[in-house]
Design a protein around this ligand. Structure first.
Ligand code: CA
Length: 299
């Protein structure tokens, strides 16, 4: 197993990594700096586009475009023109913003939200219960599936399309829902994994082809691998900076784990010591393969 920095210090609160296996490109966002990033791991070409508001997530689509959640809108990123083009506006509750958002295996876009917080306060001080989990269908129908969410974060779907895993960070765990791929509906919420506070705050996650979950731990210096059927922690990958935000599978064989992290909340002395904060990591030789990042169905 090896951990390396593939892009050093590209932002402040890096989040939402999404691997585009058509172009071998890693996409990610820098939430408060309002940038979407793209990095081609083969050609090493890096691009970024500034958007008009806080950006929660970025994904690719079946038509080969890129879609991002910005402010109250979901829209396309036009990389050549450096512009955001609105697809639809979501009726977000006042004082909330998009956080982690992800597509399901049927091409719907699950949009998580949380309270807008004062950047100087900690995750624990986030105004609770303000967030939701919405589901945007390709026909632009929006449904609100979960309410009273503190910090809507990681999502993952099992290969058999029967279960969706979900992280509301301040519950310090990962929940499971029964998932219906035909309708997108989720039901029967229960806790699958409990994360002790001393391990950090569960943030973004992805799933491997053995059905195990890889959970990024904010304030936890790690991505942990768990068995969601037993709740058991199987493995912990350590990083040289503490606010690990999310992870996704990438690489030609989908066996590389790309990991984002943040400078957010780090004090000046911590920033000096953790000079990889705000970088993109790649973990290789894990002996595990991941699952493809799902894309929005727009054609
Ligand atoms: Ca997150």
């Amino acid at each position: 197993m090896a951990v390396e920095v593939v892009q050093k210090d590209t932002g402040y609160l890096l989040e939402g990594p999404h691997w585009d296996d058509v172009t071998n490109t890693l996409l990610y966002v820098d939430i408060f700096n309002k940038f979407v990033h793209s990095y081609n791991t083969v050609t090493k070409e890096a691009k970024k586009v500034e958007v008009h508001d806080a950006v929660g997530a970025i994904v690719t689509t079946t038509s080969g475009r890129t879609m991002a959640c910005v402010g109250r809108e979901v829209g396309y990123i036009n990389w050549d023109a450096g512009k955001f083009e609105t697809f639809c506006e979501i009726d977000l509750k006042k004082g909330t913003r998009f956080n982690d958002c992800k597509c399901d295996p049927a091409g719907r876009f699950y949009l998580g939200t949380m309270a807008v917080q004062d950047p100087s306060t900690s995750s624990e001080e986030t105004k609770k219960g303000q967030g939701s989990l919405f589901c945007l269908s390709p026909d632009k129908t929006v449904r609100e599936f979960v309410q009273n969410v503190d910090i809507s974060n990681g999502m993952a779907w099992t290969n058999d399309h029967k279960t969706m895993y979900y992280i509301d960070s301040l519950t310090y765990g990962v929940d499971a829902f029964d998932y219906n791929i035909e309708t997108g509906e989720i039901a029967n919420r229960r806790q699958a994994i409990s994360v002790p506070k001393s391990d950090g705050v569960p943030d973004g996650m992805c799933i491997d082809d053995e059905g195990m979950l890889w959970v990024a731990l904010f304030d936890g210096w790690a991505v942990n691998r768990y068995n969601p059927k037993t709740g058991e922690k199987l493995r912990s990958i350590k990083f040289p900076t503490k606010n690990i935000t999310s992870c996704c599978w990438g690489g030609a064989n989908r066996d590389e784990l790309y990991v984002t992290c943040a400078k957010h909340f780090l004090k000046p002395d911590e920033l000096k010591e953790q000079d990889t904060a705000g970088s993109i990591f790649r973990v290789t030789d894990l002996g595990v393969k991941g699952v493809k990042c799902d894309v929005f169905k727009d054609n």
